[in-house]
Structure formats: C-alpha cells, structure tokens
Design a protein around this ligand. Structure first.
Ligand code: ATP
Ligand code: MG
Length: 436
C-alpha cells in the first residue's frame, strides 16, 4: 500500500478526551474515530488490526473443535422472556421496537439465541457434543463508556457456546476453551492470566476471567500464573487425547490457589507474586442447565431419558484486545505492534522521493516486496524525513526499511526494528527475503 493513497488521518496533538495510551494512540494513528459515546468507526489501519486479531481468535477456536456460525445482532424479546433475563439484565440491554410494536433486543450476548437454534435441531446424545461460536458486534449500554474501544457500548466479541449431555462432557468442553484461550492470547504476545471469577448476569458457578496485566486495567490480579504457560504453549496438543492429563497436572497446583484468590497458596515464590491491575480480555462460563432447562433444550440419553443440555459460554473481547495490545506494546513515540497482529509487517520509507536514485530503489523494492507477498506500507509521500520517521514510529509497524541517498548510492537500505530501535544495513535482496 502506498501511503500517498492510503486513508490514514493522523492527529498531531494528543486528543483531550483520551485518558489512556491506547485510546490516545488509536485516535492519533488514525485507527478509529468516535461516532457517539462508546461507538466507533474503524478506519483502514484499525480495521486491519481488528481482522488480524479476529483471525487468530478464529483459528484457535477452529482448532479446539468449535464451529463458526453467524447469529444476528437483533434478537426477539420473547427469547429473553423465556430465560428470565428480559427482567434481569437491566439497563445495559438496548431494547427496541419495530414498526409492529414488537419488542426486540440489540444482543449484549447470545445464550438465548443459540439455545433456540440448538433446541430445534439437537434431540439425541448422538448429536453431542457441539460447540458453536460467532464473531459479532454486541451492544451494552455501559453506564460509563470510556477508554476508547476498551469499554465501548458497541464492541466486537467472539462468543462460543458448548452443549454436552452431562457434566463430565461439559467440563471437558470448558477445558478445551480454557486451553484455546491461553494459546490465543499467547499468539498475540500477551500474557493473559486466568483468574477464578464471578459469573455476573451470564450465571452459573464456574468461571474464569483472562486478565492482561496493565496499569490502566480495571480488574485486580493477585497471582502471576506464568508457570501455566510453558506447558500450554510448548506442545501441539491433540484436544481429545492430550488435554485432560495436562489439565490434571495443572489443576492440582492451580486449584490450591484459585479456590481460596489467597496469594499465600500460590506455587510461585513470594517475589514472583503480583498484586496488579489488568484488563479482562476474555471470560469463560460453565452454567449447566441455566438456559437449556427453562428454554426446553433437551436431548435423549442412550438409555432414552430426556435431559436438559449442559452448557457453557466463552467470550473474547476482540475489539477490546486491540486496545489491550496497545496498552501492552507502546512507548513515547507510539505503538509497537507484535508481528502477529501488525497491520503491515514492514514500512518502507523513501527519505528523498525527489531524488532519482532513491525513488528508483524504493519503487523497485516496493514492487518486489509486493510480488513476494510481503505486507508493506510504502511511504512515498513528499514529506520531510522527520515527519516520515514520526509517522512510522506512531503507527508502530514492527520493522522499517529506510531508503536514503547515502545507502542508495551503495545499493543498500537500512533496516530498523521498531521495538529495540536497532538498525542495520542490508541489501535490497536480503530485505525481500526477510519479509517474503
Ligand atoms: P466487564 O467486566 O469488563 O464489563 P463483562 O464481564 O461484562 O466485562 P463478558 O460478558 O465476560 O463481559 O464479555 C466477554 C468479553 O467481552 C469480556 O471479557 C471483554 O473482553 C469484552 N467486553 C465486555 N464488555 C465490553 C465493552 N463494554 N467494551 C469492549 N469489550 C467488552
Ligand atoms: Mg466478563
């Protein structure tokens, strides 16, 4: 992509409404624009990151055996009356009426909707287990929308729903999602710590929140559970055969701390304990028959007896993750994207587009990078070198390839790593190999 043609409306000044780094940087880097309180448009750069995050979430859900569907944003009120949440959910739920005065809901979550789909078609143990997920916009009329996309009113969520015949199966489904979550966040370079949690309006009695450590977060974390990660991430795990032995090993240590949130029981040495703030990027719930029983989602067991389905639900804040990633990855100059979610893998800067030798080298490199399949953003604008460096540092692409007059004379380009600032001179051919 040529920057001269790209829609990248940058802001020079810090926007006064933004209190935290991610909100400030998303506005300054032209990723989002506010429509009304807690409701945003995603501009090209922001949309690319959102799609990358979404893709990682999707791949890990698919690997764990969940199947993607797409449910509507608008749901009929009757479904929520059936579950009892029409009364219980409160003012966060946006209620609407259509032209026939029928009451509707802009979905804050989809337990009712998915239960309706499943109850109509799953009748027997032979159809189970199932896990259905979608990645869809939600609306919650938050009392205080703030921090940009971190606490929006309209936000993108991945929500999965598992259906099993009995509690043992449901717990296995829960464990699969638990595991998939740790892998999902790790692929984004985030350390997300699972914490035993309250279930809130979703209901049930087993739940974990996944918290990314950050000063600006709204959640409290007490014990660094980094020791979980090594096991989880090292293996290519077969979800059916390897998972339960791994879980048995973790939970012996894990249960000791989480059943009590008592830091003294943490298996880590005291110097590794943290009392920190964090951002909730996901939450998992096991709530058994809370929706299936009142809504009549039953299946026949092998012995013929009809039982309500055992359910769980599993949310990830896809749009919130974009903010959380920036909170975890930025400096004074701007954003520093981890490679897996970067909007482009590399920025190509022509410092002197007016000089023939620079222009020719940069154009040639750009065409070859494109041909090699690299995701490259090419700053071909007539701007000062200072402005170009500031732009690239602000939008945070992991690497910059810099074409200047001195290097161009020798057929060399400079490679700068955004995170460390480390610079080295390489040949254009090396650059192409590096990013193809
Ligand atoms: P919170 O406690 O932050 O209000 P929640 O517990 O109400 O969130 P869940 O029902 O667990 O939210 O939703 C699943 C995920 O969706 C959350 O873990 C979070 O990452 C994301 N999420 C929830 N509310 C918002 C919001 N207002 N804006 C952006 N993301 C949100
Ligand atoms: Mg939650």
């Amino acid at each position: 992509m040529r920057l001269s043609r790209y829609f990248l409306p940058l802001m020079r000044e810090n926007p006064s409404e933004a209190q935290i780094a991610s909100h400030r940087l998303m506005l300054r880097a032209g990723m989002i624009r506010q429509s009304s309180a807690g409701i945003y448009s995603w501009l090209p750069l922001g949309q690319r990151v959102l799609k990358k995050v979404e893709r990682i979430v999707r791949e890990e859900q698919d690997k764990a055996g969940a199947q993607e569907i797409l449910m509507p944003t608008i749901q009929p009120a009757e479904l929520w009356r059936e579950s009892g949440r029409w009364e219980d959910y409160g003012k966060e739920m946006l209620r609407l009426r259509d032209r026939h005065e029928r009451e509707m809901v802009y979905g804050p979550t989809n337990e009712e909707q998915v239960t309706e789909i499943v109850r109509a078609s799953i009748k027997s143990y032979r159809d189970l287990p199932k896990n259905l997920y979608h990645i869809q916009w939600k609306f919650r009329d938050e009392l205080r929308p703030r921090f940009g996309v971190m606490r929006g009113r309209e936000f993108l969520m991945k929500d999965a729903y598992s259906f099993d015949l009995d509690q043992k199966g449901a717990k296995h489904s829960y464990n699969k999602m638990f595991f998939a979550y740790l892998r999902t966040f790790a692929r984004m370079g985030l350390k997300a710590i699972p914490m035993r949690a309250d279930t809130g309006p979703i209901g049930g009695d087993l739940s974990h929140e996944f918290i990314v450590l950050s000063e600006t977060g709204e959640s409290q974390v007490y014990c660094d559970r980094a020791w979980l990660e090594a096991d989880i991430l090292s293996a290519e795990v077969d979800y059916e055969s390897d998972l339960e032995p791994l879980f048995a090993r973790w939970t012996r240590r894990y249960a000791a701390t989480e059943e009590k949130h008592d830091p003294a029981l943490c298996p880590l040495p005291p110097e590794k304990l943290v009392a920190a703030r964090g951002i909730e990027v996901g939450q998992t719930f096991y709530f058994g028959t809370k929706y299936s029983a009142p809504m009549g989602a039953f299946a026949a067991r092998a012995d013929g007896e009809s039982v309500p389905l055992e359910m769980g639900s599993y949310g990830i804040g896809v749009s919130r993750l974009v903010g959380a990633l920036i909170e975890a990855n930025h400096d004074e100059e701007g954003i520093i994207w981890p490679q897996s979610v970067a909007p482009f893998a590399v920025g190509l800067i022509d410092l002197r587009p007016g000089e023939e030798r620079c222009r020719a080298l940069a154009e040639d490199l750009y065409q070859k990078l494109l041909a090699a399949g690299a995701e490259v953003l090419y700053d071909d604008r007539e701007e000062s070198p200072g402005a170009k460096f500031a732009t690239m540092d602000l939008i945070g692409l992991p690497f910059q390839l810099i074409v200047g007059p001195r290097g161009a004379a020798q057929g060399r380009v400079e490679l700068k790593e955004r995170r460390t600032g480390a610079r080295s001179e390489i040949s254009p051919q090396n650059a192409i190999e590096r990013f193809s």
